[in-house]
Design a protein around this ligand. Structure first.
Ligand SMILES: C[S@@+](CC[C@H](N)C(=O)[O-])C[C@H]1O[C@@H](n2cnc3c(N)ncnc32)[C@H](O)[C@@H]1O
Length: 229
């Protein structure tokens, strides 16, 4: 297994780990707290917002950037705690090696004793097929670039848009990519991201979404939540 020498494990302000990519001078999460950010942006403003609107037995989520698997793990915990069936599809162009993911301390932040087992399964499961992580959480990891992947139409209730920042990876925030994502959303589906750039908000509005600028996680003024009509 080849190493990923340009990626280094770091500790963020809430004690949880993240990764620093020297090639991009970019981190996978906020310096102010990786777990704190993921919980605020993706779990509370996306998953909890959507699933507490109306009782639903299941929910389908598409994530851009599996990365460390932190969002997948927190979502697996939510599915377990709320006995909610979640189908989680996550695309990742540059899968991380086990030598990095094995050292991530995210399981310390979960109450469930099964967390380490779920986290290992998230990283060890096969690519491009549905794999059960537990009774309520089905994971499909896709090892492709988002630009090259055809998304199914009107398939997802929630989008976790967790690409690197537009200043580092502009191509993933283009109007065409956002359009592809919006087409994959069901009516009333919710799109969430940590990014709050004006161009993103204008593009999502032009694509017909209702855009809400919400308070961001600690250290960040705003984040975007956008709802499809
Ligand atoms: C901000 S990090 C995401 C973090 C991840 N959600 C987590 O919690 O660790 C962005 C992720 O997008 C992935 N990525 C970069 N370019 C991509 C592309 N063209 N298509 C799909 N994924 C991509 C990166 O490898 C990285 O894992």
């Amino acid at each position: 297994m080849s190493k990923q020498p340009d990626i280094k494990l770091i500790t963020t302000d809430d004690g949880s780990h993240s990764l620093y990519v020297s090639r991009l001078n970019e981190t996978y999460h906020s310096f102010h707290g990786a777990v704190q950010e993921s919980v605020h942006v993706f779990i509370k403003s996306g998953l909890q917002y959507k699933t507490q609107q109306a009782t639903q037995p299941s929910c389908s989520i598409f994530e851009v950037g599996l990365g460390t698997g932190l969002n997948a793990l927190l979502t697996a915990e939510y599915a377990h705690d709320h006995q909610l069936k979640i189908n989680f599809t996550s695309i990742e162009a540059y899968p991380l090696k086990a030598e990095l993911t094995d050292h991530l301390n995210y399981c310390n932040y979960l109450k469930a004793p099964e967390a380490p087992e779920w986290f290992s399964k998230i990283h060890q499961s096969k690519w491009n097929i549905d794999e059960p992580i537990h009774n309520h959480f089905l994971l499909k990891k896709i090892d492709k670039k988002l630009e090259e992947f055809s998304l199914p139409e009107a398939a997802f209730d929630i989008i976790y848009f967790d690409a690197f920042a537009p200043s580092k990876q502009e191509e993933l925030w283009s109007y065409d990519i956002l359009n592809k994502i919006v087409q994959a959303m069901k009516p009333d589906a919710v799109f969430v991201t940590y990014c709050a750039k004006g161009q993103l908000k204008r593009d999502l509005k032009n694509l017909g979404l209702t855009v809400n600028s919400l308070p961001g996680p600690p250290g960040k003024k705003e984040m975007v939540q956008a709802v499809k009509q």
